[in-house]
Design a protein around this ligand. Structure first.
Ligand code: ADP
Ligand code: MG
Length: 674
């Protein structure tokens, strides 16, 4: 019996070499293998007869093949043969194929896939032996799976292995926990069926249905985790109750809070005043002023004798937050702790409590900090306090997570049911919407010219270059291309400087620069010593540069709407008119339309809706996620499917176990506690 946990070396044909290659990709068991899904499909399902072959059309046909003749031309091995069916004959040709001459035999019948070229030959056809009458093919005559080439195994070999795995795998008693019975969800295919269809689909509709099945599975597993966390947090009663001071909003805050900010402050303060730990998310569009709201919560925590931790996604942002918070709350002791900051021993409970601002490295130091409140800024995983083994806290801290990603209500109620939500739904007074233009390449010169005229010494222009390989997380920033842009921009602006008798100070900032270099640039930015900053999306998450007025985004099509919106949110933050110029290297009308739509809409929530409509409910493999939590199968924007999952979840028996391990796991989400 082969179940999901059976190791794959039990599959005939998987020897040590293949096993090693699979292991490199984390594929060890049947389950891992079956979840190694095709990237796409080659449509070879159009089955014809030889007389109907047309040039340049990918088709399949069954035929007998004449003896293969091999010869060499320009040192290249060429094999040729004729394929014959009842209606005609066609020439086949292969280059450098070691196996064809040995494997193809005249007395057998084959399914052949390929395209006829203009000279009446099919070059490099795929050929697969078929038993008489049977058409159970895997390489030809159907929708054929194409797997990621990051796994260095031949497509043909992979298909054969998956075919065998699917045939051998049977639901064991344990595995059956995750299959959902028909009376709970009619029309839902079994997972086993879905996997079979994903590898060897009968039709395109079957692919969509199967993907939906896995997406639902993923959503169900998230709902389950969310429910577990909710239950878990409910029984916790050992947080520090934060005693409120008067006035609630410290006098040092240099502006009047918006009504929405006040409401959020009240919600948060009410939560942290109790011993049951808060698990709340603060949602507000970029520039809505989340930092000060969180800062006020930290202020009260510290006033009542406990430390607070403010965790930012990047070092740059941590430094900036420390600076901003120091100016808004001058009475507070604020310590910046980033990766390399060594000493924390001198900070213990005896000392006056303070606000620690830092990157995720802070989490490993919680044991010495003992915060009463942890704030996560721009956290993409909601309510996920990364648990550190070293954290042995006696009390559970209150947790506040901030995000600019608008989360639809139905998502909140299902997948994030363990979180309470506060929303800042208005921008501070006097903000002018950023003007956004899609600029055609032909107008690049005049765009630079315009920027040069706009820059008066008080204003800052940001030029953002995307990362080139979005699939590779390590290549988070494409430094080379930023550097190239820097050179181009330098020479352009030195010319323009001559024209306008100005001198432009141009700088570079990216996350792989040495920390000291980054610091220098950042302080220069604040001191208005820089006119043009060439940068990567490090500025996307939350950087607050009041002088930033113009943003130019290169290859804008490479960013999702949410990212573009985040980027655009970096300019015009001090009440001045902000401008956003989008350049695109793509000629696709769809891309153009998307960018045009973006340029006309300033509201983050509406943009999320546009994104949703553009994708349609069929496309549930949302490639560009809207910014939080990477789902494997489902998309956060497919609300219909989320609703469906919720309904199914309510009927599931307690014993149900998810087939897909959710990205967020229970142990990750429990608050930091001993
Ligand atoms: P985000 O919500 O994107 O994190 P920030 O907290 O960085 O936004 O705030 C954006 C800018 O708006 C900051 O410069 C901040 O000082 C300012 N700000 C916040 N609240 C107000 C307010 N009520 N009135 C005026 N300016 C505000
Ligand atoms: Mg922010």
């Amino acid at each position: 019996m082969y179940s999901l946990s059976t190791p794959i070396d039990t599959i005939e044909g998987i020897g040590p070499k293949l096993l090693e290659k699979f292991a490199e990709k984390g594929i060890h068991t049947f389950k891992d293998l079956l979840l190694f899904l095709p990237l796409r499909y080659s449509d070879r399902s159009n089955i014809v007869q030889i007389k109907d072959l047309e040039p340049n059309k990918l088709v399949s046909f069954s035929a007998k093949v004449s003896t293969v003749k091999s010869f060499y031309k320009n040192r290249r091995k060429i094999d040729s043969a004729a394929a014959i069916d009842a209606t005609g004959k066609v020439k086949l040709m292969w280059f450098n194929n070691k196996f064809i001459s040995q494997t193809v035999k005249p007395d057998s019948t084959y399914m052949i896939s390929g395209k006829l070229n203009d000279r009446g030959t099919i070059v490099q056809p795929t050929i697969e032996k078929i038993a008489d009458g049977a058409v159970d093919t895997i390489h030809t005559g159907r929708l054929v799976p194409i797997y990621s080439s990051t796994l260095a195994i031949q497509q043909g070999t992979l298909r054969r292995i998956l075919k065998k795995a699917l045939a051998k795998y049977q639901l064991s008693d344990r595995d059956s926990f995750f299959e959902i019975s028909n009376d709970i969800a009619p029309n839902l295919p079994l997972i086993k069926e879905a996997l079979t269809q994903l590898h060897f689909p009968d039709t395109e509709e079957q692919i969509i249905k199967a993907r939906e099945r896995l997406a639902i599975e993923e959503l169900l597993s998230l709902i389950k985790v969310s429910e577990q966390i909710k239950t878990y947090w409910k029984q916790l009663e050992n947080a520090q109750a934060i005693n409120m001071q008067e006035p609630q909003i410290p006098h040092s805050v240099p502006f009047e809070l918006t009504q929405a900010q006040k409401t959020c402050v009240n919600e948060i303060l009410a939560d942290i005043a109790t011993t049951s730990p808060m698990n709340r998310v603060l949602i507000g569009d970029v520039g809505s002023g989340k930092t000060v709201v969180a800062g006020i919560a930290a202020y009260h925590t510290i006033q009542s004798g406990r430390a607070a931790a403010f965790i930012a996604p990047t070092k740059i942002l941590a430094e900036q937050h420390a600076q901003t918070l120091r100016s808004i709350f001058p009475d507070l002791e604020i310590k910046l702790l980033t990766g390399k900051t060594p000493k924390i021993e001198d900070t213990n409970m005896q000392q006056a409590p303070c606000l620690f601002v830092g990157t995720h490295a802070l989490i490993n130091k919680l044991e010495s900090i003992h915060p009463g409140l942890i704030i996560y800024d721009e956290q993409h995983r909601f309510g996920v306090t990364q648990r550190s083994e070293s954290a042995k806290l006696h009390t559970v801290p209150h947790t506040l997570t901030m995000s600019a990603t608008p989360i639809p209500r139905s998502l909140m109620l299902t997948i994030f049911s363990h979180l309470k939500v506060s929303t800042i739904d208005e921008l501070p007074k006097g903000r002018i919407p950023t003007k956004t233009w899609v600029v055609p390449e032909a107008k690049r010169e005049s765009a630079y010219d315009w920027i040069a005229k706009e820059l008066t010494g008080e204003k800052l222009a940001l030029i953002v270059c995307p990362f080139i390989d979005p699939s590779n997380h390590a290549a988070f920033e494409n430094i080379a291309s930023v550097k190239e842009t820097l050179e181009a921009v330098k020479s352009k602006f030195s010319q323009l400087g001559k024209t306008y008798q100005k001198s432009f100070r141009i700088a570079l900032l990216h996350g792989r620069m040495k920390p000291e270099e980054q610091n220098t640039i950042i302080s220069q930015l604040y001191d208005k010593k820089i006119d043009v900053l060439v940068t990567t999306p490090v500025v996307e998450v939350g950087v607050d540069l009041p002088a930033a007025s113009i943003m130019l985004i290169e290859a804008a099509e490479r960013f999702g709407m949410a990212s573009l919106h985040q980027l655009r949110g970096r300019v015009g933050r001090a009440g001045q008119q902000g401008y956003c110029l989008l350049f695109s290297t793509s000629n696709s009308p769809v891309v153009k339309q998307r960018l045009e739509q973006f340029s006309k809409e300033n509201n983050g929530l509406k943009l999320a809706e546009i994104d949703l409509q553009a994708r349609g409910s069929g496309d549930i493999f949302g490639v560009q996620q809207s910014g939080f939590g990477n789902l494997q199968f489902a998309s956060w924007t497919n609300l219909e499917l989320i609703g469906q999952a919720k309904k199914i979840y309510e009927k599931l028996p307690k014993s149900w176990e998810p087939f897909i391990t959710p990205i967020v796991q229970e142990q990750d989400i429990k608050p930091l506690a001993n």
